[in-house]
Design a protein around this ligand. Structure first.
Ligand SMILES: [Zn+2]
Ligand SMILES: [Zn+2]
Length: 389
């Protein structure tokens, strides 16, 4: 029998409000939405931020990945977690079926999530009539604290510390366990303990990392969010294997997220900063966790050839230097082939020799590894880089 595999896609990773500022382009500006395909084929969606539209587009362009049925978990009702709903095209198809899970808000009362739908689509806020949403929808109210099965997978919901309430979810699949705990502020002893129980031994622990530790301790206290440092503490304490920093602040530039990631990596081995289009595969034989970043971010490449000296860190954290030829080069990035396998989201320096009218010149560029794939030649890795300088 083949090994069970689960696939986790990140469609929106930004907190609070979407951003289209070019300085936030690399990690992405859509608000929270993930989808998880469990080994038994069960389709989960976590949150319905603007990233949900990206998932909708993916399903409309690739019939092979579009299910007729999905289980949608909504952590809470703040705008950034629901505003993608009216733009999720499969909700308009009468042959589709969706199971929604969320909690009863004391501000909305019974059928909270159903009311969210109706309110979002009420005139004059949205031009399409609510009745044109033809998909079958079932709503389940969670209490926070319960566990239940969806297909072969066990789901547990727990309360987090966030204004007006928020649920964290643990999904145990035969390929591994994913914990999604966003919109949470540390400092409430009972809820802090509960989060640790939720995250215990997780393969992937997705945690709110909106603020820096300094911001969290000062002017952003009480806003309902966390920092990379808190995520690292919890991951260490409960033996989570990989930490994913999530819900980036809309005012955090890509450089700021790079710095946050760098600091987190100094204290914990396996950390990624959630990035739009990132895919994590669980249960693959060679590595417990594989993450791939999207090709679209390096897709504006042009054929060119330059000799280059590349220096960076391998996936084991060892420094390396290697000569290679840069074939695809654009203003934003390049695709190079290396014998070393650099670490995803680590920094690389590429020194290229160019010959122009002034003779030979050296071009020194700094960039980040955004994509890793098996290279065309055996034993090589194709490395996608986005330049930052
Ligand atoms: Zn949020
Ligand atoms: Zn929130």
């Amino acid at each position: 029998m083949s090994t069970p595999i689960a696939k986790l896609n990140f469609w929106g990773v930004r907190g609070s409000t979407p951003t289209v500022d070019p300085v936030t382009w690399r990690f992405g500006g859509n608000t929270p939405c993930l989808d998880l395909v469990a080994p038994d084929g069960t389709q989960f969606i976590l949150d319905c931020g603007t990233g949900l539209r990206m998932l909708s587009n993916r399903w409309s362009t690739d019939n092979s990945v579009r299910p007729a049925e999905a289980h949608i978990f909504v952590t809470h009702y703040h705008w950034d977690h629901i505003q993608g709903l009216p733009f999720f095209a499969p909700l308009y198809g009468e042959n589709n079926q969706f199971h929604f899970y969320s909690f009863r808000s004391k501000f909305l009362g019974q059928d909270s999530l159903r009311q969210v739908f109706e309110a979002q689509m009420a005139l004059p806020y949205f031009p399409v009539n609510f009745s044109s949403m033809r998909a079958k929808r079932k709503f389940r109210e969670l209490e926070g604290g319960e566990s239940f099965h969806v297909g072969e997978n066990k789901v547990t919901a727990r309360w987090l510390n966030h204004p007006q309430g928020c649920l964290g979810f643990r999904i145990e699949t035969p390929a591994g366990t994913i914990v999604y705990a966003t919109d949470n502020e540390p400092g409430d002893p009972a809820l802090d303990k509960s989060l640790r129980e939720l995250a215990a031994g997780a393969d992937i622990f997705i945690n709110d990392a909106q603020f820096t530790p300094v911001q969290l301790a000062s002017n952003r206290k009480g806003w309902g969010h966390s920092s990379w440092k808190e995520g690292v503490h919890i991951a260490r304490e409960v033996g989570a294997k990989t930490l994913v920093l999530f819900h980036h602040d809309p005012d955090s530039t890509d450089r700021m997220v790079d710095n946050i990631l760098r600091e987190a990596r100094e204290e914990f081995d396996s950390v990624f900063a959630a990035s739009e289009g990132m895919l994590i595969t669980l249960g693959a034989a060679s590595q417990p966790v594989q993450a791939h970043l999207p090709g679209s971010r390096t897709s504006l490449r042009r054929e060119a050839q330059f000799r280059a000296l590349v220096s960076g860190l391998t996936s084991d954290g060892k420094p390396f230097q290697e000569e290679t030829t840069v074939r695809d080069l654009a203003l934003q990035g390049a695709l190079i082939s290396l014998k070393h396998s650099p670490r995803l989201q680590s920094e690389l320096e590429v020194v290229m020799e160019t010959s122009g009218t002034n003779g030979r010149q050296e071009m020194r560029l700094k960039g980040y590894v955004v994509r890793l794939e098996a290279g065309v030649e055996k034993g090589t890795t194709a490395v996608g880089i986005v330049f930052t300088d």
